[in-house]
Write a protein that binds this ligand. Structure first.
Ligand SMILES: [Mg+2]
Length: 377
């Protein structure tokens, strides 16, 4: 072991920012910065969303730091297992523990790549494809269906292959409640985007459908060619999902609220999920995402990065989506937001609807540390 690879510092930095895609709401994450003796630095992110969760993640990251400081930054698997073993009593495999492990794990992968002069993508085994189709990730917020249809079509006109639209979000869109209005929305968005574009619908926590409603709604969306229906029954409704799956052929998406590969295995075993959402800032990092996505590939199910926080999770999602055979596309936020566009020197973007593999050592990004300091809570 050389001195250069020894971890000397781990900082947890809770930050807050406005998210224009989510009606300008304040969101929070806990960033993680890990440094080694030779001054190399890696960055990670705990996808906490709420300030109280970011503050709680700080405490856990600082406790995990004691397990890692003085040890090799290259031994990611060792540290991942040690963090899980250490936290057994207070919640290994769930909640803020999983987020804290995620932030450290992502930072260690970035750091390892930078120390070795290799891309995280190469450390993961290399790309399994040379480009990924990108779709727009959007929330419905405007009261006018016509205005929303025009806005969404404006984004897909840049080449993006389609749009995933969040229903039941902040703002006045009021989607996910009235069936006729929702179908009018689907038809008008599809007409505005044109026939080559895909529409995905993602139900929010404000939309609470019972099983019979979900079946009726899913069939109506299926008839209109909606590409997938996300969380129509939330994240933990195995019996309801079995009934829904038997009644419709629409692709059903959920999983982004799972905490680790074991949780993903559990939902795969129900046979009711076609597109499994995975967030590297929540599902025990890059290490946890890879494990979970490999399970999805074995089960012949699609994995889909939940890329909806900062550009650090974005860069991790990009590397993972190129490395994992179960990932077929990548969601991007086309609406300008500082957490994606200004935090790093090279935010992910698309060229005629396709994202290319990341370049540069580690996650291939340099963090705007001034912006981080200005966002600190
Ligand atoms: Mg979702």
């Amino acid at each position: 072991m050389t001195k250069a690879e020894l971890v000397t510092e781990i900082d947890a930095i809770p930050v807050t920012y406005r998210e224009p895609t989510d009606h300008d709401r304040f969101r929070s994450v806990c960033l993680v910065r890990i440094g080694t003796a030779d001054g190399t630095v890696g960055w990670g992110e705990c996808c906490t969303y709420f300030p109280e969760a970011s503050r709680a993640a700080v405490n856990l990251v600082e406790a995990f730091a004691e397990l890692i400081i003085g040890k090799s930054a290259l031994h990611i698997e060792t540290h991942w297992h040690e963090m899980k073993a250490h936290s057994w009593w207070y919640g290994t495999g769930a909640g803020i523990t999983s987020m804290a492990i995620s932030g450290i794990d992502i930072a260690l992968w970035d750091l390892k790549g930078k120390l070795l002069g290799m891309r995280v993508l190469d450390l993961l085994g290399g790309p399994v494809r040379d480009k990924l189709p990108a779709i727009a990730c959007l929330h419905g917020t405007n009261p006018s269906i016509e205005v929303m249809a025009e806005e969404i079509a404006g984004h897909t006109a840049t080449g993006l292959h389609g749009a995933k639209v969040g229903f039941g979000k902040r703002g006045e869109a009021n989607l996910g409640f009235d069936e006729d209005r929702d179908l009018e929305f689907v038809e008008k968005v599809q007409a505005a985007m044109g026939p080559d574009k895909k529409l995905m619908i993602d139900l929010g926590v404000k939309n609470h459908w019972d099983v019979a409603t979900a079946i009726r709604r899913a069939r109506a969306f299926e008839d209109r060619g909606v590409a997938w229906l996300e969380e129509p029954l939330g994240h933990d409704e195995p019996a309801g999902y079995r009934t829904l799956r038997a009644a419709t052929a629409i692709r059903i998406a959920y999983g982004e609220r799972e905490w680790n590969a074991r949780g993903v295995q559990r939902i795969l075993e129900t046979g009711t999920v076609d597109v499994v959402g995975l967030d590297p800032g929540r599902v025990e990092g890059i290490t946890g995402f890879k494990r979970a996505a490999d399970l999805c590939a074995l089960a012949r199910r699609q994995a889909n990065a939940h890329n909806f926080s900062t550009a650090i999770v974005g860069a991790a999602s990009q590397a993972l989506s190129f490395a994992c055979p179960a990932c077929y596309l990548l969601e991007l936020q086309p609406v300008y937001g500082p957490a994606q566009a200004d935090l790093v020197d090279r935010p992910i973007w698309h060229d005629s609807g396709f994202v290319r593999a990341p370049e540069g050592p580690g996650l291939g990004i340099t963090i705007n540390e001034e912006l981080v300091e200005s966002a600190r809570i």
